[in-house]
Ligand binder design. Structure first.
Ligand SMILES: O=C(O)CCC(=O)C(=O)O
Ligand SMILES: [Fe+2]
Length: 349
């Protein structure tokens, strides 16, 4: 599908009462990286970037048929989807199958998805690093000012889960699948590359004051017309204005840090998601540390996932989490205490 480069400012009112603009499509060669940083990164505005992914070998090679046939034998872990149609059903475990079988099952409408959780046990690209050679993450890094934190570059996932970002991730689901609304709690800026298939996304700016009301809205499928009672129970809905677009194969969507996002797959689709740390100082770290993906909240999940991993494949932190989960929590709690004591609270300006 051909898309004209455009800056669409007009609003449309969604059937559930919120206002939405289409997402800007910008060519980085015309816009320039300084203007990208000003108008999109710093302003917290999403856009679809042209002129970046097109030169990657993956842009030409990573077709659906490549994943189905040429590397279709590679194993992939997946989740079952709960009865509500969008949350992950962890109770059904994390089964594994081959990529080709998985894609067939998605095409047939089975309620399963590959939804990365930021852990090496699940991480498709971490287990298949040769694939990453076909994606040039340095092109994404070049779009942002350099910003080291404790010696780590913005895209370096080595400090995870203590320092963002997560490693690059794969998302794959079938027609009509919905991914629950959320913002990425590692606070990363995200480059969401729709590799094949297409999917609709709705995006809303983060606002501390309305966080809880927004979380209530995230429990609903806002792609459907909601009943009057649900709309009335969520008065924030009528005040929201955001962005909406349908990503097609090849689209590289920039999602600024902490932007709420809701996805619906129009057909079986695969995305490659590269994350980049949005902060480079301790104030930004404190904001991350006090949010929902701080290790204290994810240590129980991580310990369980490392436990499912063969012992020789565990990292030393993984082994420590499995053998000493209480001590790991205690040390992390102490660390958070120190961060709170020593770093200015960004919420109290
Ligand atoms: O594509 C999806 O289903 C979810 C993607 C997502 O949450 C992300 O890119 O952060
Ligand atoms: Fe996300």
């Amino acid at each position: 599908m051909h898309r004209n480069l455009e800056t669409a400012k007009a609003f449309a009112v969604n059937k559930n009462g919120f206002r939405e603009r289409t997402v800007d499509v910008v060519d980085i060669n015309t816009l320039g990286k300084e203007a990208f940083q000003e108008e999109y990164v710093k302003s917290g505005v999403p856009c679809i970037l042209r002129g970046v992914a097109e030169s990657w070998p993956a842009y030409h090679q990573w077709k659906k048929s490549f994943f189905q046939n040429e590397i279709g034998q590679i194993p992939i872990l997946y989740h079952h989807v709960s009865h509500d149609g969008h949350t992950l059903d962890w109770l059904k475990g994390l089964p594994q199958t081959s990529l080709s079988n998985f894609i067939d099952r998605l095409d047939r409408g089975e309620a399963v998805k590959h939804f990365e959780v930021g852990h090496p046990y699940y991480d498709f690209f971490g287990k298949n690093p040769a694939l990453l050679e076909d994606v040039h993450l340095q092109d994404l890094a070049a779009l942002l000012p350099p910003g080291k934190f404790l010696g780590l570059d913005r895209f370096d996932p080595k400090g995870w889960p203590f320092i963002p970002p997560n490693a690059p991730q794969l998302f794959m689901a079938g027609p009509n699948a919905v991914s629950s609304g959320h913002y990425d709690p590692d606070h990363s800026h995200t480059f969401h590359w729709c590799v094949w298939g297409n999917k609709t996304v709705k995006l809303f700016a983060y606002d501390e004051a309305s966080k809880e009301s927004m979380k209530a809205i995230c429990k609903h499928n806002i792609f459907e017309t909601l009943d009057d009672a649900t709309v009335a129970e969520n008065p924030l809905m009528g005040k929201l204005d955001g962005w909406s677009t349908t990503l097609v194969a090849g689209d590289l969507l920039f999602i600024p840090s902490r932007m709420w996002h809701f996805f619906r797959y129009e057909e079986t689709a695969m995305s490659f998601v590269a994350r980049c740390r949005s902060f480079d100082d301790w104030t930004g770290y404190r904001e991350f540390a006090e949010d929902e993906q701080f290790p204290l909240t994810i240590i129980p999940l991580y310990a369980t996932l490392w436990g499912a991993c063969e012992r020789h494949k565990r990292t030393w932190t993984g082994q420590f989490l499995v053998s000493q989960p209480r001590l790991a929590k205690l040390i992390t709690r102490l660390f958070l205490f120190l961060v709170r004591a020593l770093v200015r609270n960004p919420k109290k300006q």
